[in-house]
Design a protein around this ligand. Structure first.
Ligand code: SF4
Length: 714
């Protein structure tokens, strides 16, 4: 494959989980021009506004240029030695559990692999968690309960060959714009029915045949009602259920309270007529894809919501078939790659699990370590609680900004302020988290570093180096490996380049005899011996990867690469998928006289996370310029708020000032606030200061969609 033609280099977008292929060209003046990569099978040349303006965000202004320790700039050697010394000292005084890592779906797979190896394999702490905890962990837990492994069965093409696409808890139009464009084009061509399930009338409703504005948090009632309907009206696939699933009877018992449509109406607030339309469409269309994202995941019942959706697909045998799949779309560019290498505190590596002695042995032997952590570590919220208590004395934060993005961010700031050792590696010189750093390590940014990412359809793509990095910024994998060597783990972190790390990761996924491999679909067997040349020219490829043609640097996807479970065999001990019994429960937070409105949060179309990159493009800021609160007209009347007026918003945790945007696209009693602003980018509002850290008990994913608030005009 040609990766460079006339100066255009193929790489991958820095932002969302669609993982669009980009071609980029460095101009004589050092600026960057980008265009969509027509050869990339995830986007076929299309890009959204964020991808198209990537060139405007590549600047040396505001970059961290040198390492520093205790506020003093220094050479790399001193910073690395000091990082290693402080970590070793804390481990020797307080044990390995006093050290934690909080990493990011922005990291490349190679970065993620080595930091997980250092934490779990050599330091012996499992407390390495990631901002993907805020994004996808309920889907991970739901996949493992239903399928036995964290697998997304479908692919983007499924949205184009489906007859019905259900978008639930997903504003695909803003959060995964290119995938939305593919769905929209398919609808125009073949008349795909689209149902949007969301409390808000989002931009995705532009192509909806039916919008179900359900009450926040009532998803389990809606899908349990659907399961009950499918069973009662004999729309289930009895052969598939009998031969390829377990535990449907119990799941039906749990769904029983919603067998009457009136019960579903009462809890969800959706009219019985609309419910029956949706249920009948779902029953009638074998080719149905249910897309879900943060509206499902970011909830105190997120994992149950995921399983209530998957239950309906299992009941109809709609898994592993063209146009028929549940489909979790990831938020971040490499949320999937991080999961593959074990970047969550409750995972080991290569989709292997804690609590399975055979997995512990495979990983220990492969890494040649006696120090492998034996138990799951602390998840994000628990980790920062432990930092605040003083149990964790050193935290290394990589490529993320938890002081803004975690719930109850005032508490996160208090915890970081108390922590004796806060190591932050980042590519920018200032954000809310960096203000707590005792050691600052300059990392390379998008376009400067090189490695792989995995997108929402399991497609591994290369991010390639396009330009030199400023100052003394280095790749994250290099920084981790140098610290590891200085901590005394020299032999295990002696990589010369990212290709060597990738192939080691590939070998780990392919490890084990037939019995040991039986419960893992993740397999990069075909990529385990590729050299630097093949790695450099690697084409986008979906896992599992059966083999690799070194002549042409093209991997052979296995028969099951586009879709998993095509043979209806699942990675569980008996090969059957599991119905999970899920009961509807009220969201942890409820409105009250004191806090009568429910605040929902989410992304804007043209911004990304805490805006450290998208904030550099003035074109992107034109969409929404400042912290904004979307309010229903009747609530605006009731609270005497006029269009564009400043509004004070308070919750039990904090308060902030927002610009009012009055819109009928919300239900009365609900407000919506974008997540992007922080103290660094706005003096008035940082949404996460208002949010309570209530989490899903299975996944540890925090609730970002339901925060009781009160508002007043300023
Ligand atoms: Fe980048 Fe996502 Fe936009 Fe594609 S859809 S260009 S991956 S932000």
């Amino acid at each position: 494959m040609t990766i460079k033609t006339d100066g255009w280099v193929k790489t991958t977008c820095a932002y969302c989980g669609v993982g669009c292929g980009i071609e980029a060209k460095t101009n004589i003046d050092g600026s960057l021009t980008v265009r969509g990569d027509a050869d990339h099978p995830s986007n076929y040349g299309k890009l959204c506004a964020k991808g198209l303006t990537l060139g405007e965000t590549v600047t040396h202004e505001g970059r961290m240029l040198s390492p520093s320790v205790a506020g003093k700039e220094c050479q790399w050697e001193h910073a690395l030695l000091e990082t290693a010394r402080q970590l070793n000292e804390i481990i020797s005084l307080h044990g390995p559990d006093a050290v934690a890592f909080y990493v990011s779906g922005q990291l490349l797979t190679e970065d993620y692999y080595v930091v997980n190896k250092l934490a779990k394999g050599f330091i012996g702490t499992s407390s390495i968690d990631t901002n993907s905890r805020l994004c996808m962990s309920s889907s991970v837990a739901g996949h493992k309960r239903a399928f036995g492994e964290d697998c997304v069965p479908g692919c983007y093409e499924d949205l184009e060959v489906a007859d019905l696409v259900v978008l639930t808890g997903s504003n695909l139009a803003w959060c995964h714009p290119v995938l939305f464009q593919r769905l929209k084009a398919a609808k125009q061509q073949r008349g795909t029915k689209v149902v949007v399930i969301d409390p808000r009338a989002t931009s995705s409703c532009e192509i909806a045949d039916l919008h179900l504005a359900l009450s926040p948090g009532s998803d389990v009632a809606l899908f349990n009602g659907l399961l009950s309907f499918l069973h009662r009206e004999k729309h289930t696939d009895r052969n598939f259920i009998a031969h390829h699933t377990d535990d449907m009877e119990l799941a039906l018992e749990y769904a029983e309270p919603f067998k009457a449509i009136d019960e579903v109406t009462m809890v969800t607030g959706i009219s019985s007529q609309d419910l029956m339309t949706f249920y009948q469409w779902f029953a009638d269309n074998d080719r149905t894809v249910t897309v879900y994202s943060q509206g499902v995941n970011q909830s105190t019942s997120g994992t149950d919501k995921v399983n209530s959706i998957i239950n309906c697909h299992l009941a109809t045998g709609r898994v592993g078939k063209p146009g028929a799949t549940p489909f979790s779309v990831t938020g971040q560019p490499n949320a999937m790659g991080g999961r593959e290498v074990g970047g969550l505190a409750n995972m080991l590596a290569a989709h292997m699990d804690f609590g399975k002695p055979e997995h512990h042995k495979l990983v220990s032997d492969f890494w040649q370590t006696d120090n492998l952590s034996q138990k799951p570590g602390l998840k994000a919220i628990e980790m920062f609680d432990a930092i605040e208590r003083g149990d964790i004395k050193a935290v290394w934060i990589m490529a993320t900004n938890p002081a803004v993005s975690l719930p109850d961010s005032e508490k996160i700031n208090r915890a970081l302020a108390k922590c004796p050792c806060v190591i932050v590696s980042d590519c920018i010189e200032d954000n809310d988290t960096l203000r707590h750093a005792t050691i600052r390590l300059p990392a390379q940014g998008w376009g400067e570093k090189s490695g792989t990412v995995t997108n929402s359809e399991r497609r591994i793509s290369r991010q390639r180096k396009l330009m030199p990095s400023p100052g003394s910024a280095m790749p994250d994998w290099w920084i981790v490996c140098e610290v590891a060597k200085k901590m005394g783990f020299t032999d295990s972190f002696n990589y010369r380049n990212e290709a060597e790390i990738f192939t080691e990761h590939a070998r780990l996924t392919a490890l084990g005899n037939e019995k040991e491999r039986q419960f893992r679909e993740l397999n990069l067997n075909g990529l385990k011996y590729i050299g630097q040349k093949e790695y450099d020219s690697l084409s986008p490829i979906q896992w599992p990867v059966a083999s690799f043609d070194c002549q042409n640097a093209i991997g052979a996807e296995s028969n099951t690469s586009a879709r998993l479970f095509t043979d209806s065999i699942f990675p569980t001990p008996n090969g059957k998928a599991r119905f999970v019994s899920v009961a509807y429960s009220l969201p942890a937070s409820q409105s009250s006289d004191l806090f009568p409105l429910i605040m929902n949060t989410g992304r804007l179309r043209d911004q990304w996370h805490t805006m450290t990159r998208t904030g550099l493009s003035s074109r992107l800021a034109e969409h929404v310029e400042e912290p904004t609160l979307f309010i229903h007209p009747k609530d605006a009347d009731a609270y005497q708020v006029s269009q564009h007026q400043l509004v004070s918003v308070s919750s039990i945790k904090g308060s902030g000032l927002f610009r009012a945007k009055i819109t009928a696209g919300l239900c009365k009693g609900h407000v919506f606030a974008p997540i992007h602003w922080s103290k660094t980018t706005s003096s008035s509002a940082s949404v996460c200061t208002l949010i309570s850290p209530e989490c899903d008990l299975n996944s540890g994913q925090p609730e970002f969609k339901i925060t009781p608030v009160r508002i007043s005009a300023v």
